[in-house]
Structures are given as structure tokens and as C-alpha cells.
Design a protein around this ligand. Structure first.
Ligand code: HEC
Length: 189
């Protein structure tokens, strides 16, 4: 290859390189790659673990505070038949297999006079507010591991709401219904 041929080749490579750089620059200008503030595909993950969710994540029972205001006390009284083998709900009722449950809403846990609680419940602490009754009645042994209440639990949220509405009615003065703020806090919204 003579000197001219070599220069031509060299110039050719140079021009090709310049065109490539210009092309990259042009592409950047035409398609600006700014950082996305959000994924272009927003993937909705249902919090309630709807059908099709992969591994079921251990989660607590459904919230019920929002259901309480319109819960059916009479339906709760029917459900209470599941409890009366062990509990009396009326004023002045005696302890049986389980403690007497008059005035139980907002009472301290494990505090009914004269009842021999399990260590698990006696030491659990806190009061029976609506949210903890919901957890306990859904599955007693999941909420208080070691409790001696042998009851599988009320699976349906509406049943638990009706049952708790009945417990609320079985009191000298029914506890206040949950506030909107408490309802929102319970459902985590
Ligand atoms: C087989 C008997 C049995 C059945 C059925 C039963 N319970 Fe109990 N319940 C117990 C016993 C025993 C305890 C005390 C548990 C402990 O000490 O760990 C208890 C404790 C409780 C407490 C806590 C009371 C406190 O003073 O802290 C509540 C509330 C309660 N039961 C509600 C119910 C409701 C509502 C039902 C029906 C849906 C029900 N239970 C069904 C035996 C039963």
C-alpha cells in the first residue's frame, strides 16, 4: 500500500469514528435517558393475598372494626351458643370452664375474679379492646400461645364482628364504638 492509500484508509477510519460518536450523541438527544421516578409498569400487589398469590404469607385475621357499628347483636347471641359450654355472658354469671364474660370489652386480660387462668393468658397483658378480641376469637391459640381456651376460632370476619358486638352489649355500659382513626389504623390504611 502506498502512502496515499494509507492516508485514505486512515482518514476513512477517522471519519467512521466521528460518525459513530455523532450518532451516539444524536441518539442521546433524541431519546433522553433520564431516571424514571417510578417504574413504567406499576405492579399492583394485592395486600389481602388474593387468589393466585404465590407463597401465602402468614398474616393476621381480617380487620373487623369497620364492621362493628353495623354488626348484628342477635346473630352474635346465636354464635354465643358455641361459647356457652364454657362461658356465662350475663351479669353476675359465675365462672365455668372459662371465666364469666359480663363487662369483658376493655377489661384487663386475665382479670376476672376467682378464675384460674393459664400462665399464658395471665401474663399476656393489656386490655380486651376490639382489635385484640378480633385476634383472639379468630384463633385463640395463635394469638395467645398456651391459652387453655380450647376453641378453634370464628373464621368469618362478619361472625367475629357480630360476636364482639354481642360481647359489647353484655356490659353495664357498652364501650364506645371505634373511631374512624382507629378503624383506619387497624386496616393499615
Ligand atoms: C371449651 C371451652 C371454651 C369455649 C368453647 C370458649 N371458651 Fe373462651 N375461654 C375458655 C377458657 C378456659 C378461658 C381462659 C383461658 C386461659 O386462661 O388461658 C377462656 C377465655 C376467654 C376470654 C378471655 C377472658 C379474660 O378474662 O381474659 C374471652 C374473651 C373468651 N374466652 C371468649 C370466648 C368466646 C366469645 C367464645 C365463643 C365464641 C369462647 N370464649 C369459647 C374456655 C372456652
Amino acid at each position: 500500500m502506498d502512502e496515499l492509500g494509507f492516508n485514505k484508509l486512515f482518514a476513512g477510519i477517522l471519519v467512521a469514528g466521528l460518525m459513530l460518536m455523532a450518532g451516539v450523541k444524536l441518539a442521546e438527544v433524541m431519546v433522553p435517558h433520564t431516571e424514571l421516578t417510578q417504574n413504567s409498569y406499576v405492579i399492583e400487589v394485592p395486600e389481602t393475598g388474593a387468589a393466585g398469590a404465590a407463597a401465602p404469607v402468614a398474616k393476621g385475621p381480617e380487620p373487623i372494626l369497620a364492621l362493628l357499628a353495623s354488626a348484628d347483636v342477635a346473630a352474635g347471641e346465636k354464635l354465643a351458643k358455641k361459647c356457652t359450654a364454657c362461658h356465662v355472658f350475663d351479669a353476675g354469671g359465675a365462672n365455668k370452664v372459662g371465666p364469666a364474660l359480663w363487662n369483658i370489652v376493655n377489661a384487663d386480660k386475665g382479670a376476672v375474679d376467682g378464675f384460674a387462668y393459664s400462665g399464658a393468658l395471665a401474663e399476656f397483658g393489656g386490655a380486651w379492646d376490639y382489635a385484640s378480641l378480633n385476634l383472639f376469637l379468630a384463633k385463640p391459640k395463635a394469638y395467645i400461645s398456651g391459652t387453655k381456651m380450647n376453641f378453634a376460632g370464628l373464621k368469618k370476619p362478619q361472625d367475629r364482628a357480630n360476636m364482639i358486638a354481642y360481647l359489647r352489649a353484655k356490659a353495664d355500659a357498652p364501650a364506645a364504638l371505634p373511631t374512624d382513626a382507629e378503624i383506619a389504623a387497624e386496616s393499615g390504611s
